[in-house]
Write a protein that binds this ligand. Structure first.
Ligand code: TPP
Ligand code: MG
Length: 348
C-alpha cells in the first residue's frame, strides 16, 4: 500500500499562476525544454559522427522533470544533477555550446576537457558536478544544506538520484541526517524504472521509493514525471517548505528511460509495450499540447521559439567544434579550486 502522497496533475493556467509561473515564464520553460531535447538529439548525431570520445548518455523521457525542478529553484540554491538531468544545466544557464564542447572533450566544456560526458557542472551557477559513483552526490547535497543551516542562509540544496541508486547505503545515510536535522534539502528521485538492465521490482520492495520518506521523518510525494507542471508545482512547494524551515521532502518523479542506459545499450530487455505506452506521454509533446490548450500558444509563437532554439543549437555546434582540445601542459590546472573559483555567491 502506498504511503507517499500521489500528486494530482496540473489543470488550468490559473493554477499554474498560483504556483508562480506567468504566461511569459511558461514560454521560457518551453524554450528550455526544446533546448534540452535538442542538445541531446544533436549529441547523438555528434556521437554517430565519431566526435564524442567514450560513451554518450541522455535523459530522454526525463526532460520535463529536470527542467521543472530547476525552474522551481531559487537563484542562490544549489543542486547536484545527474546523467538524466540535462534540463537542470540548461535552465541554470549553461550555454549549449559549452555542453557540446563538454561532450567532445574540448577545453571550453565545464570540466575544461577533463571528462567528455555528463560528469559536469558549472559551480558559478550553483551546480556541483556528479562523480560517477551513485548516489554519492546525496551526502554532498545534505552537506550543503547543513552549511546553509549553520550559516543561517535561506538557501536550499537539491539532490537528484536514480531509483536504482536508492538501494545503496549513502542514500540512507543522507536521508537519515537530513531528517534528524530537518535540513533544507529536497531529494529528487528520477525513477525511470530501470537501473541499467535491472527493473525496479528488483531494486526496492515498497510500492514507491517515496514511501520510505515517512520512515526518515519527512514527506514523500510521487509525481508523474512526464507532467512538467505537476513536477514544477511539487518541487516549488518542497523547496519553499525547506526554505521556511519545514525540513526535507522526497519527490519521486516517475518516467520511463526512453533509450538504453547509454548509447552502447539497445535496451533489448525493456518490453516493447512499455516503450509504446510511455511514448504516448512524451513530456515535450504533453507540455506543448497543454500550452496550446490552456495558454493559447499560437502557431507563430511556437514557430518563433523553435526557430530561436534551432539557431542557438546550430551556432552552438559550430562554436564547440572550434574549441580546442585541452593543452596537455594544463593537466594539473583545475585540480584544486583557486580563490577565483570560490568567489561566487555559492561559496560565501
Ligand atoms: C556505486 C556504483 N555502482 C555502479 C555504477 C555503474 N552504474 C552507473 S549508472 C547505473 C545505473 C543506475 O541506475 P539508477 O540509479 O536507476 O539511475 P539511471 O541510470 O536509471 O538514471 C549503474 C549501475 C555506479 N556508477 N556507481
Ligand atoms: Mg533508473
Amino acid at each position: 500500500m502506498a504511503i507517499a502522497r500521489e500528486a494530482e496533475p496540473v489543470g488550468s493556467l490559473r493554477e499554474v499562476r498560483e504556483a508562480g509561473l506567468d504566461r511569459e515564464d511558461l514560454l521560457d520553460v518551453y524554450r528550455n525544454l526544446l533546448l534540452t531535447r535538442g542538445v541531446e538529439e544533436r549529441g547523438h548525431i555528434l556521437y554517430r559522427q565519431g566526435k564524442i570520445p567514450g560513451s554518450f548518455y541522455t535523459g530522454r523521457g526525463n526532460e520535463g522533470a529536470s527542467v521543472a525542478v530547476a525552474t522551481a529553484m531559487g537563484p542562490d540554491d544549489v543542486g547536484t544533477p545527474l546523467h538524466r538531468d540535462m534540463g537542470v544545466h540548461v535552465v541554470r544557464g549553461v550555454e549549449p555550446w559549452r555542453i557540446f564542447a563538454q561532450y567532445m572533450g574540448r577545453a571550453d566544456g565545464p570540466t575544461r576537457g577533463r571528462d567528455g560526458n555528463v560528469h559536469m557542472a558549472d559551480a558559478k551557477l550553483g551546480l556541483i558536478a556528479m562523480v560517477s559513483h551513485l548516489p554519492a552526490m546525496l551526502p554532498v547535497a545534505v552537506g550543503c544544506a547543513l552549511a546553509f543551516r549553520i550559516r543561517d542562509e535561506k538557501r536550499v540544496a537539491i539532490g537528484w538520484f536514480g531509483e536504482g541508486a536508492s538501494a545503496r547505503g549513502d542514500c540512507h545515510e543522507a536521508m537519515t541526517l537530513a531528517g534528524v536535522r530537518k535540513l533544507p534539502v529536497v531529494f529528487v528521485c528520477d525513477n525511470n524504472q530501470w537501473a541499467y538492465s535491472t527493473p525496479s521490482h528488483l531494486e526496492f520492495a515498497t510500492e514507491h521509493v517515496a514511501d520510505r520518506a515517512e520512515a526518515y521523518g519527512f514527506e514523500g510525494i510521487v509525481v508523474d514525471g512526464t507532467d512538467l507542471l505537476a513536477v514544477y508545482r511539487e518541487a516549488r512547494r518542497a523547496i519553499e517548505k525547506a526554505r521556511a524551515g519545514g525540513g526535507p521532502t522526497l519527490i519521486e518523479s516517475v518516467t520511463l528511460r526512453m533509450e538504453g542506459h547509454a548509447v552502447h545499450d539497445d535496451a533489448f530487455y525493456v518490453p516493447k509495450e512499455m516503450f509504446e505506452k510511455w511514448a504516448e506521454n512524451d513530456p515535450l509533446e504533453r507540455f506543448r499540447t497543454w500550452l496550446r490548450q490552456n495558454a493559447d500558444m499560437s502557431d507563430d509563437e511556437e514557430e518563433e521559439i523553435s526557430g530561436v532554439v534551432k539557431k542557438i543549437l546550430n551556432d552552438a555546434l559550430k562554436r564547440a567544434e572550434e574549441s580546442p582540445l585541452p593543452d596537455t601542459s594544463s593537466l594539473t590546472e583545475g585540480v584544486y579550486a583557486t580563490a577565483e573559483d570560490l568567489d561566487t555567491p555559492h561559496h560565501k
